[in-house]
Ligand binder design. Sequence first.
Ligand code: ADP
Ligand code: MG
Length: 292
Amino acid sequence: ATPTALMVGTGRGAQLGVLLKGPEVLESTKRVDTIVLDKTGTVTTGEMTLQSMAVITDGPCEEWALRSAAAVEAGSEHPIGRAIVAAAARRYAEPALPADEFRAIEGAGVTGVVDGVRVTVRKPSRDVGELPEPLADAVAGAHGGGATAVIVSFDDRPVAVLVVGDQIKESSAAAIAELKHMGLTPVLLTGDNTGAADHVARSVGIEQVIAEVTPAQKLATIADLQSHGRSVAMAGDGINDAAALAQADLGIAMGTGTDVAIQAGDLTVVSGDLWAVVDAIRLARRTLTTIK
Ligand code: ADP
Ligand code: MG
């Protein structure tokens, strides 16, 4: 491969809205046969909104549960956090509550102290049945309908369920069909619940789904595919995707995503659109054909 030929690829890439870490990046796409796609923010818009909520009857009122949750989520970059903060701001004129000791629970949620109470907002554990009603019903209903439910706990006692959701990007289904046409096998990889993951996968034509994984398991999934002889491109946008993006043969960061993902990727698609992923892989193949 001559550097010049690869530089052409880089220049054309810039026109397509594909930013390469370096021209050598294109070489790693030569054998790519699998495209792993993060769900939230990659296949879907990542612009989540609060759809509904449920509170235990002998617990705090809706306002207190939502505003406390928003107080800890203020420290989060996750779309779920942004949805909760926006909903609280929209519903209640009161200023945001301050939270101390904020900490993100990797791939699971956030926690902090609000007015002396330890407030945690995180994904439900596997034993949803152990939640008091109406929380268990709210979680089951949300997941069955393709949405995402998170639990608000006060000092480890579950008090509310917040149901959030976003939309599938308009371009996702057609772009994924094209990736399949190009001979790539798509895989949906997400930390989100299986119900929401299956719902999205069905809607966009992805048969292989790996859900409810931690960031470390995302990385392990990529490594596992590679150990089975697959050459893997991974597209993602979140902090939770960074390790997997670095592990992939070709890490594709969505330009609309977090800085950490962009740093971990080999290339960035500026628009955050899956058509740009199609363009990037086509570009790489064309460039390599030219060099040969
Ligand atoms: P994804 O792969 O869908 O981007 P993540 O790995 O970021 O998911 O998160 C996995 C799950 O952890 C989310 O679906 C959600 O249930 C929970 N979670 C992550 N961040 C937050 C947060 N800030 N607030 C509440 N729940 C969260
Ligand atoms: Mg994401």
